[in-house]
Write a protein that binds this ligand. Sequence first.
Ligand SMILES: [Zn+2]
Length: 196
Amino acid sequence: MAYKAATGGRTVALTFDDGPGPATGQILDLLAQYHAQATFCQIGKQAAANPALVKRIIADGHRLCDHTVDHPQPMHTLPHDQQVHEITAAKDMISKAGGPDTRITWFRAPGGDFSPENRQIAVQAGLRPLGWTVDTRDWTHPGAASILATAKRELRPGGIILMHDGGGDRSQTVAALRKLLPWLTEQGYRFSLPTS
Ligand SMILES: [Zn+2]
């Protein structure tokens, strides 16, 4: 399970879940402005519905993560075959949306509901389980200031930050990211990718 950024030292890995969605373009614009690479944990059905965004994520140099077909929670109680479908069909949907040569490296269970079973299914599908070290809890809509404060308070060098580009109104996330990216740069953080 990956819980740290790839390169050593003062690095941070940004991850965005539940997209692609209406906020993904704004997030990609901000990442480009700060030359920041990130990992996008995508829901298969949304990737299929938004192939242009999947292609842009790849073209901008980011990484892709399988976040299941339709985000079932809890995942670990599903029958085995259904868990296999959630992971392998999502991988196919994201691949098809991204076009030829799309690489999907990671798997993240919905709500972080990793189990030995779904981790094994992911590994058999060529995906490595992706955790996080900082949960900004942006999905609870605590306000941009709270999202930013949580990230600043909990981040340690080599950490992985969890935010969301889909799954509802993400204007607070975008506002927080607009301040978080320059802060990370000022603090001497380098943007990295997760490693296992
Ligand atoms: Zn999710």
